[in-house]
Design a protein around this ligand. Structure first.
Ligand SMILES: C[S@@+](CC[C@H](N)C(=O)[O-])C[C@H]1O[C@@H](n2cnc3c(N)ncnc32)[C@H](O)[C@@H]1O
Length: 223
């Protein structure tokens, strides 16, 4: 077992489904989250495995202090931050994602956001991009956890769905070619739902923007 694998020992197995591992290895989809009724949410594996694009850079320009990228995947954001000399750490429960993030020049740990993390209470900015507000399937609980991790007055940059949705779902990773992972809880939240869950978890929305058909909100921790 590699160092990354053993460090991942306590992390969730849901995202470790083979279809996701295969997509991370090849850098290609198709890959989806499949809801029980058959509805498919596309996962943009090619974009995640590429370099940070202009929409990503618009997020990274807003970062303050050390940055924690939650659910960093193959690590394009931590790699871009490292290349600009910023302190950044990615965390992800998937060993192949973490290995790829480290290979791309970023710092990354195989850890769940709900586990103990280095620098708790000191991160200047936390990132929840690419739909990662869905992690754990309960946005308010996730946002409370992120408030524990970030510094007082810390910043949280969230990518929400551009549609006005607020749903908790059970999903599986599906490559539509026979590869199907285990069921796990997920959530989708539009910007107003993110703001509402954020308020309940001690965050105040300070800015909204959209670019390249992606929608974002910046939240600040009260104290
Ligand atoms: C929708 S994908 C986003 C991928 C990513 N942002 C990227 O650039 O590739 C969700 C990611 O969150 C990770 N993840 C799921 N549950 C997690 C948890 N509890 N803590 C940290 N990461 C988690 C998954 O392994 C997956 O890589």
């Amino acid at each position: 077992m590699s160092t990354v694998d053993s460090a991942c020992g306590r992390a969730s197995v849901a995202w470790r489904a083979d279809p996701y591992t295969d997509a991370l290895r090849t850098g290609r989809g198709p890959l989806f989250l499949r809801r029980h009724d058959g509805w498919l949410l596309p996962l943009e594996v090619e974009r995640w495995c590429d370099q940070a694009d202009s929409a990503d850079m618009a997020v990274l320009r807003r970062c303050e202090g050390p940055v924690l990228d939650i659910g960093c995947g193959p690590g394009r954001l931590v790699a871009a931050l490292a290349a600009h000399g910023s302190r950044a750490l990615g965390i992800d429960v998937h060993p192949a994602a973490v290995a790829r993030a480290v290979h791309s020049g970023g710092s990354a740990l195989c850890r769940s956001v709900f586990d103990g993390l280095p620098g708790e209470g000191r991160w200047g900015t936390a990132l929840l991009l690419d739909g990662n507000i869905g992690i754990g399937g309960a946005p308010e609980a996730l946002l409370r956890r992120v408030a524990e991790i970030t510094a007082p007055r810390g910043l949280l940059l969230v990518e929400g769905a551009c549609a006005d949705v607020d749903e908790r779902v059970e999903v599986r990773v599906d490559d539509t070619r026979g590869g199907l992972g285990a069921t796990f809880p997920w959530a989708r939240a539009g910007i107003s739902a993110v703001e509402r869950h954020g308020r309940a978890a001690g965050w105040t929305a300070v800015e909204e923007w959209s670019t390249e058909e992606r929608c974002f909100v910046a939240l600040r921790r009260a104290n």
